[in-house]
Design a binder for this molecule. Structure first.
Ligand code: PEP
Ligand code: CO
Length: 414
C-alpha cells in the first residue's frame, strides 16, 4: 500500500536504515565550504543591487549515471555560452549558478504512476528511487542518499578539475562557478548541515545555494524552517497562488535583517499569469524594504501534456514569461535579476518550438529527461539572445504600463 507523503518526504522502506544512513552522512566531509557559500552570497549581493544578472540552470533531475548523463564540462560550457550572450547584450556581468551537483530529489504532484493496469510509486529522483518503471525499483531506498552524496562529490570534483585545467571555460563563466539544488530531502540536508568553527554559523553544506520548492514552501513547514536556519544564500520558488502575506512572512522568517544576497524569490507563474500575479508580490517586497533578488523560472508555470501524455513546454510561452517578468520589473522599478532554467547541452526534443523546429510529433525523437522537459542548447542560446537586449538599462523606458497601473489592474485579483 502507498501511504500519503508528508511534505514531499518519501516513504522510506526502513526508518532504522534511514537513521543509519543519516549517521553515516553526518560523519562524511561537507561537500562545499562555508567560505564558498559566503562568496556566492557576496556575488548575489551585486545581483540584488542591480549590478549583475544571475543565470541558474541545469537538469530538472540529475542522474547518478548512465548513457544520458552529460559530462560536467558540457553543462558548464552551455551556461558559459549563454552567459556570454547575456553579458555582451545586456552590459551586465552574468553570475552563473549550476542546477547541479545535488539536484537528485523531486517533489511530485502524484504519489503513483500508472501504465496500463500497472501502478507503481512515482519516481522521486535518483536520491530516492530508480526511474525504471518497476515496483521494486521505485521503492524509496535510504542507501541512495549515500549514492547522492557520492554523485554530487564527483560533479564537484569535475568542477574543481575544470577550474584548474580549463581557464577559457572559467573565464567565460566569470571566474567562478557555484552549485544549487532544491533542499527537499530533509534527512540528507540536515546530515550535511554543519557549524562552521571559524564563524560559529550553521551552513547547509550540500550545495552553495539551496532552494525551497513551490510545493514545500509552507510558512510553518520544515523546509522553510531549514532555510531560515542556515547561513547560505537561499531561494524560494513562488507559484501563482502565492499571496502578499506569504512574501511578507518569508522575508521575516528567512531574511529578517534584509541582507542583500541572502534571499532570492524564483517566480514560476506562467506566461499568462505573470503580468497579473507578479506586481503585488513585487510591491510587497518594496513595501517590506527587502533586498530580495527576483529570478524568473519560465519553465514550471508553462508545462502541459500533449494528447499522448508527453510532458512538454512551448518555447514561445517560456520566452513570453521571461518578457513579461522583465516588463513588470521595469514598470515597478525593480531589477529583473535572473533566469532559472531547466536545460541541457544535449540536442534533445523535449520543448515544443516552431523555429528549431520541434513539433509535438517530434518530441519522442530525443526525449531524454528523467523528469521535466528541458531546453536544448540551441533553444537556451536563442532565449538568451532574444531577451538580453531587454536587460540593457536603457531598455527601461520600453515598458508600456507603469507600476501603479499594473498594481491597479492586479488589485482585483487579491
Ligand atoms: C523544479 O524546479 O524542478 C520544481 C519542481 O519546481 P517548483 O518547485 O517550482 O515546482
Ligand atoms: Co522541474
Amino acid at each position: 500500500m502507498h501511504l500519503p507523503v508528508e511534505n514531499q518526504q518519501p516513504n522510506w522502506r526502513d526508518l532504522d536504515e534511514l537513521a543509519d544512513v543519516v549517521r553515516a552522512l553526518g560523519s562524511l566531509p561537507a561537500l562545499v565550504s562555508p567560505g564558498d557559500c559566503d562568496e556566492l552570497r557576496l556575488r548575489l549581493a551585486a545581483v540584488a543591487r542591480g549590478e549583475a544578472f544571475l543565470l541558474q540552470g541545469g537538469d530538472c533531475a540529475e542522474l547518478f549515471a548512465g548513457p544520458l548523463i552529460e559530462p560536467t564540462q558540457n553543462k558548464l560550457r552551455c551556461l558559459a555560452d549563454m552567459a556570454a550572450v547575456l553579458t555582451s547584450e545586456s552590459g551586465l556581468p552574468t553570475l552563473t549558478l549550476g542546477r547541479l551537483a545535488g539536484q537528485y530529489a523531486k517533489p511530485r504532484s502524484m504519489g503513483t504512476e500508472t501504465r496500463g493496469d500497472r501502478v507503481v510509486p512515482v519516481y522521486r529522483g535518483d536520491a530516492v528511487n530508480e526511474l525504471r518503471f518497476d515496483a521494486e525499483a521505485r521503492t524509496a531506498n535510504p542507501q541512495r542518499l549515500l549514492a547522492a552524496y557520492r554523485a554530487a562529490d564527483r560533479v564537484l570534483s569535475d568542477i574543481r578539475r575544470l577550474r584548474t585545467r580549463n581557464h577559457t571555460l572559467f573565464t567565460d563563466l566569470g571566474g567562478d562557478f557555484f552549485t544549487s539544488h532544491e533542499a527537499l530531502l530533509l534527512p540528507y540536508e540536515s546530515a550535511l548541515t554543519r557549524v562552521d568553527p571559524a564563524s560559529g554559523r550553521t551552513y547547509g553544506l550540500s550545495g552553495h545555494l539551496l532552494w525551497i520548492g513551490e510545493r514545500t514552501r509552507r510558512l510553518d513547514g520544515p523546509h522553510v524552517a531549514f532555510a531560515a536556519g542556515v547561513h547560505n544564500p537561499v531561494a524560494v520558488k513562488i507559484g501563482p497562488t502565492t499571496t502578499r502575506t506569504d512574501i511578507a512572512e518569508l522575508i521575516e522568517l528567512i531574511d529578517p535583517h534584509r541582507e542583500p544576497g541572502r534571499l532570492t524569490f524564483i517566480t514560476r507563474l506562467g506566461a499568462d499569469a505573470v503580468h497579473d500575479r507578479l506586481p503585488p508580490l513585487v510591491d510587497e517586497v518594496i513595501t517590506r524594504d527587502s533586498p530580495a533578488i527576483w529570478v524568473c523560472d519560465p519553465m514550471h508555470g508553462n508545462t502541459f501534456a500533449t494528447a499522448d501524455g508527453t510532458k512538454t513546454r512551448r518555447f514561445e510561452a517560456i520566452r513570453a514569461e521571461v518578457r513579461g517578468f522583465i516588463e513588470v520589473h521595469r514598470a515597478m522599478g525593480t531589477h529583473p535579476g535572473g533566469l532559472h532554467l531547466e536545460l541541457t547541452s544535449r540536442d534533445v526534443t523535449e520543448c515544443v518550438d516552431e523555429h528549431t523546429p520541434v513539433r509535438e510529433r517530434d518530441l519522442h525523437l530525443r526525449y531524454e529527461t528523467a523528469c521535466d522537459p528541458r531546453l536544448n542548447r540551441g533553444q537556451g542560446l536563442e532565449l538568451a539572445r532574444s531577451i538580453a537586449p531587454l536587460l540593457r538599462p536603457s531598455a527601461s523606458s520600453a515598458s508600456s504600463a507603469s507600476g501603479g497601473e499594473l498594481l491597479r489592474n492586479a488589485a482585483t485579483l487579491g
